[in-house]
Design a protein. Structure first.
Length: 321
């Protein structure tokens, strides 16, 4: 389960809060971002803006460069007269790029200027920035960071679209519009795609509250683990193909028990990269999943000759988000 590979077909980021029990007591985790996941102490403020910047591929102090042994120029790491204000669509308002509450005007030797000797410009989220706004709790990226990394992460990715027959659309720079696409799953030795026809599946449910079944298993030693289900306020749910459990075939699967039905969800039947496999499957909370069981079966064994690796109770006593 060492691989951190993931497809990143869409511009998707999972944000979570984590707290673990260790020999030195309970510890909260945060200040981490990249590769589609943010581990945060706080969901608002510069921590969120900064860590999601790492997901976009931004490093610290974008555009800064050494002038000499003692001086670094941070012109591109902070706002300036041409770096742009930010439009907040759902508020229909513009936010400024100044640090309105700060009196630290600086002397400009580091390349960061001020506005008419009245206000300093704000710093980028990757450069120790702050929210500096009464209408947003997040940090305003500079135009440099947006152009350098962020915009390309959106224009080069697919988006989910319920109106699309494939479930996906993508920006076409020639026609300058979003167009229906049928993305193929890639060949990979690290990620197993549960697709019967070689294409990404269209979600059955878009953007609904889910629980995610997370765990790991080894098809060879037939050992596995299922962690307590993670609950999210937004996720997609798919009609996932079932495992083929013929006598000649190896198979691993999840058996999901709902209040009025059951579901067989196929998992990779062999090790990926010669190691144990990770699994993560979204289940709609409204479907009321009650229990999940993890099974594996080796090849050349009868259909009913399989091993039960783990059981997880998933009944949820709390209200939906």
């Amino acid at each position: 389960m060492l691989s951190q590979q993931q497809p990143q077909l869409t511009q998707t980021v999972v944000t979570h809060h984590a707290r673990g029990k260790y020999s030195n007591g309970e510890q909260t985790h945060g200040l981490s971002g990249g590769n589609g996941m943010l581990t945060l102490y706080n969901s608002v403020g510069n921590e969120f803006s900064h860590e999601i910047g790492h997901h976009y591929g931004l490093g610290h102090y974008p555009g800064s460069f050494k002038v000499d042994d003692t001086t670094t120029n941070y012109f591109w790491s902070a706002h300036h007269a041409d770096s742009g204000w930010g439009y907040i669509g759902y508020r229909n308002k513009m936010r400024g790029n100044l640090a309105w509450q700060s009196s630290n005007l600086g002397d400009g030797k580091n390349g960061v200027l001020n506005f008419l000797k009245l206000y300093p410009y704000g710093w980028d989220a990757m450069s120790g920035g702050a929210t500096n706004s009464s209408i947003s709790r997040y940090t305003h990226y500079t135009g440099y960071s947006t152009f350098l990394r962020i915009q390309s992460h959106f224009t080069n990715r697919h988006v989910w679209d319920e109106s699309s027959p494939s479930g996906y659309k993508r920006w076409n720079p020639d026609s300058r519009q979003m167009e229906v696409v049928y993305p193929k799953v890639p060949n990979s030795s690290e990620v197993w795609y549960n697709s019967a026809d070689g294409y990404y599946l269209k979600p059955r449910l878009f953007g609904v509250p889910v629980i995610t079944i997370i765990g790991g298993y080894d098809p060879e030693t037939q050992q596995g683990v299922l962690y307590p289900a993670a609950r999210s306020n937004w996720g997609n749910v798919y009609d996932l193909p079932a495992a083929q459990r013929g006598a000649e075939q190896a198979a691993c699967w999840l058996d999901v028990q709902y209040t009025n039905r059951s579901q067989n969800v196929a998992l990779a039947p062999h090790r990926m990269r010669g190691n144990a496999n990770k699994l993560h499957v979204n289940l709609a909370i409204t479907d009321q999943p009650q229990q999940v069981n993890l099974y594996c079966k080796k090849p050349m064994k009868p259909r009913n000759y399989y091993r039960h690796l783990r059981c997880l109770n998933t009944a949820l006593p709390f209200q939906l988000l």
